[in-house]
Ligand binder design. Structure first.
Ligand code: FMN
Length: 161
């Protein structure tokens, strides 16, 4: 099958997640086009499935990823599987700090993209893939790329190919 992995990324962390997702999907035998929304507006839309990713910034997805989902041809994509992923800050260990931070971390870019896409009638996988960065600008925390690979492998397995 043919898949499209579209992402936005300011510091490169969501881009790294997108790259390993594309790699795993290719390993599973799919043809994949990887598109950075900061570099290209020409997203091929003839795929059989779609991944969309964004960093979580000020509790939301970026404007570019939001616009991309808003403009997706819902009729064409309604029947095809869509998966959403994001990156976000770590949960503070201190319970009080954690409590205060929750609204910035959850549902995050992934939750908001899922809501938007679902409202538009798209067939979005649940739960989304969420990867943690260690600090405001990254890098990704340990194990996050492996988590992304595993998510992509399970997604590919669910396509039944
Ligand atoms: C201006 C700014 C706002 C941010 N706001 C949030 C936030 O509300 N919640 C959160 O979990 N992380 C937040 N972060 C951390 C980002 O999630 C992190 O920079 C991002 O995952 C990195 O992805 P990227 O390298 O693909 O841009 C923020 C970072 C910046 C620079």
């Amino acid at each position: 099958m043919k898949g499209v992995v579209v992402y936005d990324s300011v510091f490169g962390n969501t881009g790294q997640v997108a790259s390993v997702i594309a790699e795993e999907l290719e390993k599973a035998g799919h043809q994949v086009v990887l598109v950075n929304l900061r570099q290209s507006r020409n997203v091929p839309m003839d795929g059989d499935f779609l991944f969309v990713g964004s960093p979580t910034r000020i509790a939301k997805m970026t404007g570019k990823s939001k616009r991309f989902v808003k403009r997706l041809d819902a009729k064409a994509w309604g029947a095809r599987p869509v998966a959403v992923f994001d990156t976000h800050s770590p949960y503070p260990e201190d319970p009080k700090e954690r409590e205060k931070s929750l609204k910035w971390i959850e549902p995050g870019a992934a939750g908001r993209l899922t809501k938007l896409a679902t409202e538009r009638g798209l067939n979005v996988r649940s739960p989304p893939l969420r990867c943690v960065v260690k600090d405001m600008k990254g890098p990704l925390a340990e194990g996050q790329l492996e988590k992304a690979r595993e998510y992509a492998r399970q997604f590919a397995a669910s396509l039944g190919m």
